[in-house]
Design a protein around this ligand. Sequence first.
Ligand SMILES: [Zn+2]
Length: 345
Amino acid sequence: MKKLVCGILVLCMMLSLAACGSGKSGSENGSKDGSGSAADGIDYMALVNKLNALPDGWEEKIETVHMTNSVGDDVEVEKKAYDAYLGLKKDLEQEGVYVDLDSARRSVAAQQDIMDRFIEKYGAEYAAKTVAKPGYSEHHTGLALDLYLNVDGQDVYYNEDMVKYPEIWAKIHAKLADHGFILRYLKDKEHITGYGYEPWHIRYLDDTKTAEEIMSKGITLEEYLGTVGIYDVKIDYGTSELYTQEELEAAVIRIKCEFAAWEGCELHSIRYAGDEADTEENLKWLNDAAGGEQAYIQCAEFLMDYHSPKEASGAWNPDYEYTDWQFWLARTEDGGWDIVTSGNG
Ligand SMILES: [Zn+2]
């Protein structure tokens, strides 16, 4: 048996403490301080990004309104976010800045349609790179709004044209927090948000004080909520006859989510250790480790390299490069991955 001989067993069994929730049930992000109350139905502070899915039940709870923009498109927006947008728009008009709504809410089903069309046209690999995975786009929330500009009476609609007006965006960004919005995809934060700079993509938080704090600090929603996304990581899926690429990706997402809670650690790489880890013996070991509550039918091992924080924190050797750190994941019949244990063997 490939047992973990760990000096430091950081993670214990059946972890679900990270921001991402388990692969099965989607995310469970609450608000940090109780603001954006869930009493209205949705959590206005919910984090939806490439690692965090739209919270369960969102599409049933959300209340939306429809508007028609200057080019005749129907745009669906969450109700309170739309009211706040109208306030922002009016405020900006006082300064001679004119904006309109390009798009706001997209349902998970609509995103799936887009994905399917891209796969058909360009192939799965290109689609995966270009289109947000259904369930993982902030536009599902109805709280993310893409603006476009009207400059000297002309609509400026395309991204490549909109970026030519930094001084106009600066005026818009300066007003966002007053209306409960933040700028979501900041410059030089792609490694955290997973997206490059988008001056037009704003996010409603239903809380001007929180929005003000986030905007004045120049941080991302991920940083504010303390869950830093990790995108800049070398992933080696190796080859597998047991698991599809999608299944391995789901496992890696679980690991990344878990790792996001390792404060101050920097993740460098994750490698699939190979099909040979899926033995009867290891499966029994992981089932035993889970206390017999889960009936795991498959397992997988991943190896991770990461750097510990410079300051000693008790959990790790300070400022140390850990290599081949083992993550053991197992699956029940329904296919979701659980991280059962991890450590340096
Ligand atoms: Zn957007």
